[in-house]
Design a protein around this ligand. Structure first.
Ligand SMILES: [Zn+2]
Length: 238
């Protein structure tokens, strides 16, 4: 049996009231890809429901504190968006970053200790145009290619997904490398020697920004793919 555990670090652009006085950025920035991962939480929730899997998610804006960062990261905060002193930063870490990381870690540990093979899936999205250049990839699968079980998982994912949505561009480690800083990398450091497949999904925001039908079809294809992978006999025994 493969146990699915989901997380979504950039699910919203909430600014809790007490932090409003520290805000420097305008609404345009807050509602852009810099403020949240558009569509990511919608997909994560759909996956959680379809697969009866636990989902750890956050809706505080990544401009206030970026939960997809590791302890001591230099980019956890955005000084141009919020003016924070050292006490503020510590408070934000304790209130948002630590509980999120600890919850994911604890779910993974419990499932692994129970003897299950685990699939940890972190759901994100990326802006279709970055620095004036259009990104061609529709769905990115971020992994550590050096981990055999993750590479095999990504291959199976791509095959199953392409069968359902031929013509869409699915790519490994695009638009980012799976080796970059993130909660996935932090969990690899913790559980890299355990029976735990770790994958970050990056979906192109042109889908949630576009017409509803293509977005719905993409969500359905991803959900059906993940359900299939959880039952995949090759993934269960490899
Ligand atoms: Zn993200």
């Amino acid at each position: 049996m493969i146990r699915l555990i989901l997380s979504c670090e950039h699910g919203g652009n909430d600014v809790p009231d007490e932090w409003l006085p520290r805000r420097r950025c305008d609404d345009l920035v807050l509602t852009s890809h810099r403020g949240l991962d558009l569509g990511a939480l919608e997909l994560a929730r759909e996956l959680a429901q379809a697969c009866a899997a636990p989902l750890v998610f956050a809706t505080v804006t990544r401009l206030l504190i970026d939960l997809n960062r590791e302890q001591g990261s230099r980019t956890m905060f955005s000084p141009e968006a919020f003016e924070l002193d050292e006490d503020d930063r510590q408070l934000l870490i304790e209130r948002y970053w630590r509980p999120h990381h600890e919850q994911v870690e604890s779910l993974l540990r419990q499932a692994l200790d129970a003897g299950d093979r685990v699939l940890y899936l972190s759901v994100h999205s990326f802006t279709p145009v970055f620095d004036g250049r259009e990104r061609k990839v529709d769905l990115g699968l971020l992994i550590d290619p050096g981990r055999a079980i993750d590479a095999e998982l990504a291959r199976h994912f791509a095959t199953e997904f392409e069968r359902r949505r031929p013509g869409l561009a699915i790519a490994m480690n695009e638009p980012y490398s799976g080796l970059e800083e993130g909660l996935d990398r932090a969990m690899r450091a913790r559980f890299g020697d355990r029976d735990c497949m770790i994958l970050t999904l990056e979906l192109n925001q042109r889908f949630p920004q576009g017409d509803g039908a293509a977005w719905r079809a993409l969500r359905q294809a991803i959900t059906a793919t993940v359900r299939q992978l959880l039952e995949d006999p090759e993934l269960q025994r490899s």
